[in-house]
Design a protein around this ligand. Structure first.
Ligand SMILES: [Zn+2]
Length: 348
C-alpha cells in the first residue's frame, strides 16, 4: 500500500509514538545511562573521573564526533562481566519496546572491551542472552552487528573477526564506526571482503562528518548494504541518484547530528529533503544516553522542527522495516501492524 490512511496532523505526536518501527542504528555502549555507569562502576570497583551522575551528565557537551567519542569510550570502561553487557542491553531493549520498536539491530564495539582484557565471549554472550530474553518476554526482535573501530588498523579488525567467529551464530553482520575523517572505507576493504565471503551483512558509517566520497567507497569498496548517517549525500547529485535508484537505506540520527554539530540546529536537518529526494531514510537514536533521547524523542523532535507530516511518518516506518535484515515474513507482519495503527488514528 503506497498511500497511508489519512491522519490529522493534530495526532502526529501520538502517532509517531504508537507506530511500530525498526531501530537500525543504535550503539549499545551509547545506551549506557549515567545512572547505570555509576551502578556498574560501584559493582565492579572501577574509579570514574566524575564525582556524581550529575557531574558526568554535565560533561555531555560536544563540539564534534571526536569530542563525543572520548567520553563514550571512557563510559564503556565500567563494563567488565557478562552480566554487565546483559544488563545494559536489557535496559535498552525495554526502552525500545516502550517506544514500539519491533526490531532492533544493535551495534557493539568489541575492540573497546577486548583492549581492556574483557573476552569476546563475555561481550557477545551477554548481549546475545539479553536479545533472546527480551524477545521471549516482550516480543521485540533483536540482532547484533559487530563494529570495527576505524581509527584502529585493518589488521586489528581481522584479529577481532577471528576472535568473534566461534560465536558467528550470535551476530548477523559487521559495521564500521568511530572517528570517520582520515579513516576512509578503503582502509577496511579486505576485512569486509572476508566478511562478505562469510555471509555476514555489511553496514558502514559514512557521510556523518566525512565527504560523499566515503559513501561511494562504502558502497563500491566495502559493498555496504546500508549507510549509517549518510546525511552528507545531498552534497553530491550523482550519489543521490545512485542511492535512490538502488534504494540504499540511510540510518539517519537527528539528535546525534544536532549534538555533534553536523547541522547548526534541528530545523536545518536534511531528513525531509532526503525523503523527498526518494531516498530510503530511517530515523534512529545512535547513542541515546548521550544525545538526549531515544528513538521516539528523535521522531518527535525532528518532526516538530522540520514540519514533516503523517505521510513522512508512514514512509519512515516502512523504510525501517524494508531496510532491516529481518525475515521477509516479519517485515510483512510489521507493515500490517503499521497500517492498522494508521487506520486507528485515521478514524479519530
Ligand atoms: Zn553511529
Amino acid at each position: 500500500m503506497l498511500v497511508p490512511p489519512p491522519v490529522d496532523a493534530a495526532h502526529l505526536p501520538a502517532l509517531l509514538q504508537a507506530m511500530p518501527k525498526a531501530e537500525l542504528h543504535i550503539h549499545i555502549e551509547g545506551s549506557l545511562e549515567p545512572e547505570l555507569i555509576f551502578e556498574l562502576a560501584e559493582r565492579n570497583g572501577v574509579r570514574l573521573p566524575y564525582a556524581s551522575v550529575e557531574a558526568l551528565r554535565s560533561a555531555y557537551a560536544f563540539s564534534d564526533l571526536q569530542s563525543f567519542l572520548d567520553i563514550y569510550y571512557a563510559g564503556a570502561s565500567v563494563l567488565l562481566h557478562e552480566q554487565d553487557f546483559y544488563d545494559m542491553a536489557r535496559a535498552y531493549l525495554a526502552r525500545a519496546a516502550g517506544d514500539n520498536v519491533v526490531r532492533a539491530e544493535i551495534f557493539f564495539d568489541p575492540q573497546t572491551h577486548t583492549a581492556r582484557g574483557v573476552s569476546m565471549q563475555t561481550v557477545i554472550q551477554g548481549l546475545h542472552r539479553a536479545c533472546v530474553d527480551a524477545q521471549r518476554e516482550s516480543g521485540i526482535s533483536a540482532a547484533l552487528i559487530l563494529c570495527f573501530l576505524r581509527h584502529l588498523s585493518e589488521e586489528e579488525a581481522f584479529a577481532t573477526l577471528e576472535q568473534a567467529l566461534p560465536l558467528r551464530d550470535q551476530f548477523i553482520g559487521v559495521g564500521l564506526d568511530s572517528s570517520e575523517l582520515g579513516h576512509p572505507p578503503e582502509k577496511f576493504e579486505r576485512v569486509f571482503a572476508r566478511c562478505r565471503e562469510l555471509g555476514l551483512h555489511r553496514v558502514a558509517h559514512a557521510g556523518e562528518e566525512g565527504p560523499p566520497a566515503y559513501i561511494w567507497s562504502a558502497l563500491d569498496v566495502l559493498h555496504a548494504e546500508r549507510i549509517d548517517h549518510g546525511v552528507q549525500a545531498l552534497k553530491d547529485e550523482a550519489l543521490v541518484a545512485r542511492l535512490a535508484s538502488e534504494r540504499v537505506p540511510l540510518t539517519v540520527c537527528p539528535l546525534s547530528n544536532q549534538k555533534l554539530c553536523v547541522f547548526p540546529d534541528l530545523a536545518r536537518h536534511n531528513l525531509r529533503q532526503l525523503l523527498d529526494a526518494g531516498l530510503c531514510a530511517t530515523v534512529n537514536s545512535d547513542d541515546p544516553a548521550y544525545f538526549g533521547g531515544y528513538i521516539n524523542d528523535n521522531f518527535l523532535q525532528v518532526f516538530a522542527a522540520t514540519g514533516m507530516t503523517p505521510a513522512h511518518a508512514w514512509q519512515l516506518a516502512r523504510n525501517s522495516f524494508q531496510a532491516s535484515f529481518a525475515p521477509e515474513a516479519d517485515k510483512r507482519a510489521w507493515e500490517v501492524r503499521l497500517k492498522s495503527v494508521f487506520s486507528d488514528f485515521s478514524g479519530r
